[in-house]
Write a protein that binds this ligand. Sequence first.
Ligand SMILES: [Zn+2]
Length: 255
Amino acid sequence: MRRLWLAAGVVAAAAMLLALNWSAALNVAGVKRGAVVPSLRGALNVFKGPVRIGLQVGHLGEERMPRELAKLRAATGAEVGGLEEVDVNLAIVRALAARLRADGFEVEVLGATVPPGYRATLVLAVHADASPNPAREGYKSAIFLPVRNPRDPLLKLDVDRAVLAETDLGNDGRNVSLDMLEYYAFNARRFRHSLSRGTAALIVEMGYLSNRKDRAELRHPAVLARALADGVVAYLHDIQRIPPGPPGAVAAERP
Ligand SMILES: [Zn+2]
C-alpha cells in the first residue's frame, strides 16, 4: 500500500512539473494560457523549453581570446575611414536582440569567444566586410562545411531570403571565403571554444564598410536587424519550433 502511495506521489509530482514547463513554453510561444496545443510537435516543443538564440558580435573582445585561438587575437575586424566593423556588428546585434526578445525569445549576446560546447536553438555570427575594391558590395552568409548540423542549410536559406528581400543589400554570395566556411566558432573538431553540433549556426556578412551604398545601409542597423529577425522567425516556423502565425504578442504590433 505504501508503495502505491509513493508511486501516486511520483506521478503527481511529474504532472506538476510538466504543467509548469508547459505553461512556460506556451508563454514563450505566444500562445494564450488555456489554449490547446494542437499537435505532438507542440508537446515536443514544451519539453525542449523556450527558444534560445545566441547572437555573436563579430570580433568583440577578440584580443582576449583563449590560447587555442591566439592566432585570431590580432584579427580585430575591418576598419574604413574611422568606422570599425566591431561597432557596426554590435549595433546590429543590439537591435536584433531587442527585436527577438520582444518576440518572446531568450537571447544571449556572445563575444568573439564562444563558451565551450555552447548550446542554443540557433546562433547567428554577425559581421561586416571590407575590400580594397570600393565597388564590391552586398550581403553573404555561410554555413560550416562539411555540414555539421543538418538544419544549417535551412537556416541559411531563410535568413538569406529575408535579408535579400527586405534590405537594399546586393547578393555577394560569390565572395564567401574559406574563413567563413570554416568559421572557428562553429568548428567543434578543432576548438573547444565552439558551438555544440546540435546548435544550428550561420555567419552573416552584412555588406561592405568600404562601399558607399553598403555604408548607407549599415547606418540603419534597425532595418538589417528586422530582416535578420524575420529570417530567424521563418526558420523557427519551418522547423516547427514555434506555432504558425506571429512569434509572440508583440509581433502583432509590428508596423
Ligand atoms: Zn568580421
